[in-house]
Design a protein around this ligand. Structure first.
Ligand code: CUA
Length: 209
């Protein structure tokens, strides 16, 4: 017994000196020392797990900008949507392309859709392009089978045709934070001739201005 206590080992231990800053220490460990060391390792592992959990929930705030900074992302930079690229404000809403094709561009962000209200003609295929400025959001066009996922750093595209005129609410269907349940936009589907009688500025959005 005496012999055992007398035998000491030098053991390298990684501990967290500050909240999340790991550093290493050499320990002279007897039998008691090893028990203390095991506790320290357990504590360090617990902190590492918590840090990992926090990082994973903050992926879109920390990981994604970092990913873009390193040149990994090909999609739009969620932090710079209003500055450059196809999602600058003047380019949002419904826009007519060549040969009368119609594209709607939208941004989803906590806790609104931009534009909040969009207007499209009935019976015409409409190309939707949407991205997110922060978390993942899910648009569903209430009363239809159509839905669109808005993912930061990615453009989701889909073609929808709304056969009849009407007003469709667009609630967010993916939990995205405290204001999730209040996050909703609107889609106004109008007869084709009514849509074409609108001035170009009025076709972009049905938001009052
Ligand atoms: Cu956006 Cu839920």
């Amino acid at each position: 017994m005496l012999e055992q206590a007398g035998r000491k080992k030098r053991v390298l231990v990684i501990i967290f000196c500050q909240a999340d800053f790991p550093c290493m220490e050499w320990h002279e460990s007897g039998v008691d020392g090893i028990a203390v060391m095991k506790k320290k390792i357990g504590f360090a592992a617990a902190i590492a797990l918590v840090a990992l959990a926090i990082l994973s929930t903050r992926y879109y705030e920390v990981g994604l900008p970092l990913w873009h900074f390193l040149g990994g992302g090909k999609g739009p930079d969620p932090a710079a949507l209003h500055l450059r690229g196809e999602f600058v404000e003047s380019n949002l809403g419904a826009a007519e392309g060549p040969e009368g094709s119609l594209t709607v561009r939208m941004i989803a962000q906590q806790y609104v859709f931009v534009p909040q209200c969009i207007i499209v003609p009935a019976g015409v295929p409409v190309r939707f392009r949407i991205t997110s400025a922060d978390a993942v959001h899910m648009l569903s066009f209430l009363g239809t089978d159509y839905g669109l996922k808005a993912v930061p750093g990615t453009v989701t595209e889909a073609n929808f045709t709304f056969s009849k005129p009407g007003e469709f609410k667009i609630p967010c269907h993916e939990f995205c934070g405290a204001g999730h349940y209040a996050m909703r936009g609107q889609l106004d589907v109008v007869p084709q001739d009514q849509f074409s009688s609108l001035r170009p500025g009025e076709r972009r959005t049905c938001e009052p201005r």
